[in-house]
Design a protein around this ligand. Structure first.
Ligand code: C2E
Ligand code: MN
Length: 406
């Protein structure tokens, strides 16, 4: 199937524009052998390239291009199938935008096209050309330094609770993972993550349970979470716990149970964030919204977890506005390489800014992901890059420090 990939990248300072011609000749030969055609635009700082051809060959060439050390911040903007090539005859001609008059350059680029349908403006691929040539999205090109520009240095804050913490006969345990503001070196909150007594996953904990028993166990487990968190109170001011939305609806008196347990452990509701992990459709949205109001009335903050993945979507946000939105790892992963993820995250950030909702990025593993998200305006982070969850404790936090020279 004919595949099209468009990417944008930043030329390295060490590469002089005079070697570009030679670079293009080499690429051209290689691409023609693989039956890959396209066009390469250059504006003095950024490259913008369209590659078209058989799927396997285009993917392979793009993989090589990504690894080329003469450019960096390679962001995939577009990947799709098409009935015909748009730039079928050109091999990999380099087109330097600076050599043309601003008003004409787009038309000149488009005139190089070979599509028999003519170059229609409602073609998505060609819209990307217009955006690049007219430098319309430039404010969103974050020039993040390479991942090794930062070091992540673990502090000495690790805490592990004594084995006698809480209730040893309890049917569950919790691991804790910090949510941090890396640049301010501040712990925002600790998230309590459910575990079986021998440390297995939340999924495993719920596996043997059905129907009402799931919701009851979910709620009951919070008693253990609050008891353990009370002992970790010196580490963080705030505690985040996860709940299935239907737990609040299906278990009578659920909110009162939470409030009692919070008080019994010497905590106050203002310290608590309840994260809704929506793994099933909320079938009784009215009752759920009612329970959320009860939480808010008591002073508890509310987060929508896994935002952008599966059910936890825009409708839920329209129905009630949480204090916090947590963007799921599925969207965070490789955000620095993906134009579509970047556009979606920009939209989430803008929407949350209008609604005064704070945004947390979850599952951050790579320095480049974190740098991109910081540049986009996110302040709160959770992920293995900084700290992994630790059963009955909190790991040391690896705070970022910029290496000299960057
Ligand atoms: P979550 O609320 O999004 O919690 C974060 C999950 O991502 C945790 O998995 C954590 O270990 C994992 N994680 C954190 N940083 C990274 C990272 O950098 N990379 C990767 N790959 N993973 C990372 P965990 O503990 O297995 O929990 C999975 C989910 O189970 C939670 O996702 C939450 O939705 C649910 N859960 C946890 N505790 C409870 C609970 O008490 N009640 C209910 N109903 N659900 C819970
Ligand atoms: Mn969560």
């Amino acid at each position: 199937m004919l595949t099209t990939i468009i990417y944008r990248s930043h030329i390295c300072d060490s590469v002089s524009a005079s070697v570009l011609g030679e670079m293009v000749t080499v690429a051209n030969n290689k691409n023609s052998r693989a039956d890959v055609t396209g066009i390469l635009l250059f504006n003095g700082t950024h490259f913008f390239q369209l590659l078209e051809g058989p799927e396997e060959e285009v993917t392979e060439i793009y993989r090589h291009i990504r690894e080329d050390s003469r450019h960096y911040n390679v962001v995939e903007l577009f990947c799709d199938r098409a009935p015909a090539r748009r730039f079928g005859k050109l091999g990999m001609e380099l087109f330097d935008l600076r050599e043309y008059d601003r008003d004409e350059v787009l038309q000149i680029v488009l005139n190089k096209g070979t599509s028999r349908y003519q170059l229609m403006y409602d073609d998505r691929a060609l819209q990307f050309f217009r955006t690049f040539v007219e430098a319309r999205e430039k404010e969103n090109y974050f020039e993040i330094p390479p991942g090794n520009a930062w070091e992540f240095i673990p502090d000495s804050s690790a805490v592990v609770l004594d084995a006698s913490y809480g209730d040893n006969t309890a049917e569950c345990r919790f691991a804790f993972q910090p949510i941090i503001d890396p640049l301010a070196r501040e712990i925002i909150s600790l998230e309590a993550l459910l575990r079986t007594p021998d440390g297995d996953s939340p999924e495993r904990y719920f596996a043997g349970l059905h129907g009402q028993a799931v919701y009851e166990a979910d709620l009951r487990s919070k008693k253990v979470a609050f008891a353990m968190a009370a002992q970790l109170a010196p580490v963080a001011q705030s505690l985040s716990v996860n709940l299935l939305p239907m737990t609040l609806v299906e278990v009578p008196g659920a909110v009162d149970f939470l409030l009692n347990e919070i008080a019994a452990n010497g905590l106050v509701p203002e310290q608590i964030v309840v994260e809704f992990t929506e793994s099933e459709v909320i079938s009784r949205l009215e009752e759920f919204t009612g329970a959320v109001r009860q939480l808010k009335a008591a002073g508890i903050r509310v987060a929508i977890d896994h935002f952008g993945a599966g059910f936890a979507g825009l409708l839920l946000l329209a129905q009630f506005q949480p204090d916090i939105i947590k963007i799921n790892r599925a969207l965070i992963q490789d955000v620095h390489k993906s134009g579509s993820r970047q556009a979606i995250i920009h939209a989430i950030i803008n929407c949350c800014a209008s609604l005064h909702i704070s945004v947390t990025a979850v599952g951050v593993e790579q320095p480049e992901e974190w740098m991109w998200l910081e540049s986009a305006g996110i302040i709160q982070f959770q992920g293995h890059l900084f700290a992994r969850p630790v059963m009955g404790g909190v790991s040391a936090i690896a705070w970022p420090e910029k290496k000299t020279g960057w």
